[in-house]
Design a protein around this ligand. Structure first.
Ligand SMILES: NC(=O)c1ccc[n+]([C@@H]2O[C@H](COP(=O)([O-])OP(=O)(O)OC[C@H]3O[C@@H](n4cnc5c(N)ncnc54)[C@H](OP(=O)(O)O)[C@@H]3O)[C@@H](O)[C@H]2O)c1
Length: 327
């Protein structure tokens, strides 16, 4: 499958490298607002053509798909352009700013007979599947604490008075939609959609959340999610059952999982060593769905993305966090 890219930061290069390693996708076109930046990536990865005109790239006949890693606020406009040109779209997380954008984009994808995927890398790794299967067998669960708490170098710029996109409401930024979506996706993947959601953010002067605590309530079970771009964590995430607990070194990537028996205190290692670049798993999943036209697997993914966006949208509404595109 031939594809193009939108956005030229490190995550795009990481995707290109994983795509090449997978053998499933071949880089043909690169878009940047700056033609020089696009050319640099084209030369580095032996792609075919650099573009600084998005319409022109979307209209190309020799592209089957696009990977979009533009700022969150631009995902909708960029995705729709490529969907209308009948290209499959792999869009970075968080897929869109709100559910209205998402439903519209899924409809455009369907009308044009193409797929629209959210690049949520953690839930595609084999360890996510292993965790889900083991949790099913673990008996009654009572609590879980998932977190993604990582001090951002862009916070230093923010403190100096700059407004990096990810700390700006105009670019649909904030800790919940940037980092919180990883633990939320894992929670929804493993436990399903919660009955109730409540979010308690630390709001920065730009109007977005620098950190926050999200509580997901299920029947007899509570999953607490911490996310932050303004502090750092050094502890693992955990799931607590009445008899079995799970310790996860991280939620994305999910490198190491241990299962611990409360009575015997014995710990068993689960999962497998992951590829250094964990984006390879999502690429394999998306390529298989496209190749086999596997609508069942596709709808499982769209349902998951819908649940996650419903949660972050509710959490933002509770706290009057409004994005630029919504004002
Ligand atoms: N899956 C992951 O592990 C992972 C990791 C990091 C980021 N992400 C996601 O990837 C996306 C991009 O994140 P990022 O941190 O790279 O964002 P970013 O640095 O703010 O922007 C990404 C790219 O978009 C273009 N861009 C920047 N500002 C723009 C503007 N004002 N208008 C239009 N285009 C603009 C730039 O490309 P050009 O200058 O070349 O046009 C830039 O390279 C986000 O959705 C983020 O959540 C995912």
């Amino acid at each position: 499958m031939k594809y193009g890219t939108v956005g030229t930061s490190w995550i795009t290069e990481s995707f290109i490298e994983a795509a090449e390693e997978s053998g499933k996708m071949s880089l043909t076109a690169v878009y940047s607002r700056s033609i020089d930046n696009a050319r640099k990536i084209v030369h580095k990865y032996n792609a075919f053509k650099a573009h600084d005109d998005l319409e022109e790239m979307a209209a190309r006949e020799d592209i089957d798909a696009v990977y979009i890693a533009s700022p969150n606020s631009h995902h909708y406009e960029h995705a729709k352009l490529f969907l209308r040109h009948k290209k499959h779209v792999i869009c970075e997380k968080p897929i869109f700013s709100n559910t209205a954008e998402m439903e519209d984009a899924y409809q455009v994808a369907e009308e044009n007979g193409v797929f629209l995927f959210e690049a949520m890398r953690n839930i595609h790794s084999p360890n996510a599947k292993i965790l889900k299967e083991q949790v099913k067998k673990a008996g009654k669960l009572r609590s879980a604490l998932f977190h993604y708490i990582q001090y951002s170098s862009r916070y230093d710029l923010f403190l100096k008075g700059e407004r990096p996109n990810i700390f700006s409401s105009d670019f649909s930024g904030g800790a919940l939609v940037d980092l919180g979506v990883y633990p939320i996706s894992l929670a929804v993947y493993v436990f399903g959609e919660p009955e109730k959601v409540s979010y308690h953010p630390v709001i920065l002067e730009s109007g977005v959340d620098g950190s926050g605590t999200l509580v997901l309530e299920y029947d007899g079970f509570i999953c607490t999610i911490l996310c932050s771009k303004i502090a750092h964590s050094f502890t693992p995430s955990e799931i607590h059952g009445e008899h079995i607990s799970f310790v996860l070194d991280h939620v994305a990537p999910l490198n190491k999982i241990s299962l611990v028996d409360r009575k015997t205190k014995k710990s068993e290692k689960l999962g497998e060593a992951l590829n250094d670049n964990d984006m390879i798993y999502e690429i394999e999943t998306f390529a298989n769905i496209i190749e086999k036209n596997d609508l069942e697997a596709y709808h499982e993914l769209t349902d998951l993305s819908r649940s996650v966006l419903r949660i972050t949208e509710k959490a933002r509404k509770q706290n009057k966090i409004v994005f630029g595109t919504e004002k």
